[in-house]
Design a protein around this ligand. Structure first.
Ligand SMILES: NC(=O)c1ccc[n+]([C@@H]2O[C@H](COP(=O)([O-])OP(=O)(O)OC[C@H]3O[C@@H](n4cnc5c(N)ncnc54)[C@H](OP(=O)(O)O)[C@@H]3O)[C@@H](O)[C@H]2O)c1
Length: 299
């Protein structure tokens, strides 16, 4: 399939989205505004990012028709080990209503359980099903769910998640889970595509230093491929995700990078280079390391 700037996945989601993690509300407002003017029509948010109000202001002041922008947000499910109360069915419903108020929206396009951190996750999923019925979200899905956690939903006779947003980059390719999702027609969405780069989350406490040595090796190959294709290393990583059939999310607080990270449709990574990148796989998740957990392995 030929990928273009207007390509969407089966949910109608533009295949490149702008991520808003690690932006405060004011930064989210200015970065989302820049992203929308750079042409992004897919914004990824979450209650846990504490910046939905800023994202909402940017969307509102863009003046764009609501139906031109695909908006995802996520339920913060609660997590006992962090002392964060777990949400029950009704609290799940109330959570999206509050998020919609912060976002100044009547509905989102996709609502996800951020991670399977709560023992109440099936109840939370039933809450999402109700929210979809109420028209407050067009689609419902999950994030950081492994095959067992998805099967838990299916085995309970509940609606299948439409999408699963997971960490996905050459150091973390999760081949069996990707295959399972493909067989089940669960739309894959990649986050932290740029994790192998030295520039990824550089500030203290953001976790950018995790697996630093392995990253140096990966960066050599990524830079070699980028030089051959005459594009940046960031573009190689984002395009790699797209060529694997994932939709990708990219966050930047830098206006030039915001613009450049969406320009992924004028080059193609040859199969041989894709394979060399795939061989970097360590099945190692990095994105939540700064929080001290791997959300996919919480029991
Ligand atoms: N569901 C989940 O559990 C989950 C977890 C993590 C992320 N996400 C979502 O996925 C989005 C993306 O993941 P992420 O936040 O880890 O970010 P990412 O897009 O993979 O990487 C962002 C980092 O890379 C840097 N960067 C951006 N563009 C660059 C470029 N062209 N060249 C070099 N460095 C560049 C950024 O710095 P500057 O800002 O300085 O450019 C930032 O430090 C998030 O914002 C969030 O929406 C979801």
């Amino acid at each position: 399939m030929v990928l273009t700037e207007t390509s969407t996945n089966p949910l109608g989601m533009p295949v490149v989205g702008f991520g808003t993690y690690q932006l405060n509300s004011e930064q989210a407002e200015s970065c989302v505004a820049q992203a929308l003017s750079a042409g992004y029509r897919h914004i990824d948010s979450a209650a846990g990012y504490n910046n939905e109000a800023g994202t909402g202001r940017a969307i509102r002041s863009s003046g764009m028709d609501r139906n031109q922008i695909f908006i995802t947000t996520k339920l913060f499910p609660g997590y006992q080990q962090w002392g964060a109360p777990e949400k029950n069915y009704q609290q799940t419903i109330d959570a999206l209503k509050q998020q919609l108020s912060d976002l100044q929206l009547d509905y989102v396009d996709l609502y996800l359980i951020h991670a399977p951190l709560s023992e109440l996750r099936l109840e939370q999923w039933q809450g999402l099903m109700e929210l979809q019925k109420l028209g407050l979200t067009r689609h419902i899905g999950v994030s950081n769910y492994n095959e067992d956690k998805i099967l838990e939903i299916q085995n309970a006779g509940l609606a299948k998640p439409a999408a699963n947003q997971i960490e996905f980059h050459p150091l973390c390719t999760r081949v069996p889970l990707s295959g399972f999702m493909q067989r089940e027609s669960i739309v894959p969405i990649a986050y932290s595509s740029l994790a192998p780069l030295a520039t990824w989350r550089m500030e203290a406490g953001q976790g950018g230093e995790v697996m630093a040595e392995i990253k140096v090796e990966a960066q050599r190959l990524i830079s070699e491929i980028a030089a051959n294709l005459n594009v940046s290393a960031a573009k190689v990583l984002l395009r790699w995700g797209l060529q694997h059939g994932y939709s990708v999310l990219t966050k930047s607080s830098n206006p030039d990078r915001i613009r450049a990270n969406r320009e992924l449709f004028d080059f193609h990574i040859p199969a041989s280079a894709m394979q060399r990148l795939d061989e970097l796989n360590q099945d190692q998740a990095l994105a939540w390391a700064a929080n001290g957990i791997n959300p996919m392995e919480v029991s």
